[in-house]
Design a protein around this ligand. Structure first.
Ligand SMILES: [Zn+2]
Length: 329
């Protein structure tokens, strides 16, 4: 019995971690007429507001990603620390989330994919959503025909076509050609539509510069084009990361020292990608693999796990997330 008791705190600590890094994408009210796979990238402003207040009441402290780095390097003993990160660079991060972070004095890190503010990103997931919402039948050039009259059907079809798009043979810089071929019947101008979507949905450089001037905000890198890194050569990976960071540095006039892998699950990144990033001399790099941060992560700062923050998330469940604490490959 005595032995069991002495092991228990270890188990709690093992799964609990001393710091939790949360991953968000968008903060915006849910739109009932839109499809859940895209809406799923959001938490509502009300939820974020309550979540931050609630965590403070429970004794959690929000820290910057730089402070997390310092804690790891100095091997400090801490607990109940939380880091907020937002991926990609959506406009609502500035318009909606930023005032909420200001209100609660909460530091946050935005990992920017530079094709977003450059208005060069192909936002196919929003174009596909519009296409499915506007049509009751979708015909692809591969011969597949989907009926999608109800919302449920439309969401199902979105998921099925998304799977097809993600499995297209990866052609660097040639995604538009593949999309044009797949949706041949629709004569969609993917670049033009993406530019329109980007104006509405993506941060612009002025907003990024303004955010970067606030000490609550850290701007991190998230590559130029958000490619799955496992499909690129080592040289291409380095170029994707370093060219994006250089552009960000030029714009905000501050060093870019933190990074998040695009996609970032076990499929898209592993030992090879971690090794490349480790040698770039960044302070930290985060994945989308679930887990919390332990002292041992000092040696594995190139593959820090995160927890995805979703609407209704309960902080008490973090301790139950049973994952490897250190992921190195
Ligand atoms: Zn991303």
């Amino acid at each position: 019995m005595k032995r069991l008791l002495s092991v228990l705190p270890f188990i709690k600590n093992y799964f609990g971690g001393m710091i939790t890094i949360f991953m968000l994408h968008r903060v915006s009210p849910f739109e009932q007429d839109k499809l859940f796979p895209n809406e799923n990238m959001k938490v509502s402003p009300d939820f974020l507001d309550k979540f931050l207040a609630d965590l403070k009441l429970k004794g959690y402290e929000f820290i910057s990603i730089d402070r997390l780095y310092e804690i790891l390097i100095k091997e400090e003993d801490v607990e109940k620390k939380v880091v907020i990160t937002l991926d990609d660079g959506y406009k609502d991060n500035y318009e909606i989330a930023y005032p909420i972070f200001k209100k609660h004095n909460v530091p946050f890190c935005i990992y920017v994919t530079t094709s977003f503010p450059e208005k060069m990103a192909i936002l196919w997931w929003y174009i596909l959503e519009d296409l499915i919402l506007e049509n009751d039948i979708i015909k692809l050039s591969n011969g597949k025909i989907y009926e999608c009259k109800t919302k449920e059907e439309k969401e199902q079809v979105f998921l099925e076509i998304r799977k097809i798009i993600l499995s297209l043979p990866f052609q660097k810089d040639n995604l538009i050609k593949s999309l044009e071929d797949l949706f041949y019947d629709y004569k969609i101008d993917w670049m033009d539509k993406s530019k329109k979507n980007a104006r509405e949905l993506c941060l612009d450089w002025e907003e990024i510069v303004e955010l970067s001037k606030d000490e609550l905000c850290t701007i991190g890198g998230h590559t130029k084009n958000h490619y799955p890194l496992n499909r690129l050569s080592v040289e291409e990976i380095k170029a994707e990361i370093l060219e994006a960071n250089a552009l960000l540095e030029k714009k905000i006039k501050k060093p870019i020292e933190h990074f998040a892998y695009p996609f970032g699950s076990k499929v898209e990144i592993g030992k090879r990608e971690f090794h490349v990033v480790k040698n770039l001399g960044l302070k930290t790099a985060t994945t989308t693999r679930p887990g919390t941060i332990y002292k041992e992560h000092k040696k594995f700062r190139e593959c820090l796990p995160r927890i995805m923050l979703t609407e209704g998330f309960d902080i008490n469940t973090v301790g139950n997330i049973r994952r490897q604490r250190i992921v190195t490959e």
